[in-house]
Design a binder for this molecule. Sequence first.
Ligand SMILES: O=C(CO)[C@H](O)[C@H](O)COP(=O)(O)O
Length: 143
Amino acid sequence: MKIAFAADDRNATTDAVLAFLSEAGHEVLLPATSDDWPELGAAVGRAVTDGDADFGVVMCWTGTGTAIAANKVPGVRAALAWDTWIAAGARKWNDANVLALSLKRLAPDVAVEITEVFLSGIAPDARESANIARLGELDEPRR
Ligand SMILES: O=C(CO)[C@H](O)[C@H](O)COP(=O)(O)O
């Protein structure tokens, strides 16, 4: 798959996630043109909603800033995950299309495990389709 990736800092955790993405055979896109977390979250979000990437992975110290920035892009459903259960639930119940990770709080192996689960092909639960559609409606300007 095509995965848009951005991180506002680099350490063993970011390197491990990037290495995993490549070793798993994904094409890694780096759409961000700035190291600032609002811009890089939005750039990854746009890559996903424009159809350039199948999924996005964003990383910052907390993971929260890039998640918030990505979620400002209409059509993005970015989920901050700190374990594999959260990551699986984000796909199953939220049809999340961007994974946000803390590069400071996750050990490299844990971050890789979370990313692997998120991208493992877990299908959204059909019972959630109405709720996901409602998220799309929330992207619309209020009337
Ligand atoms: O976690 C983050 C945002 O949620 C950032 O990584 C953290 O705030 C550091 O950013 P900067 O280097 O721009 O101060």
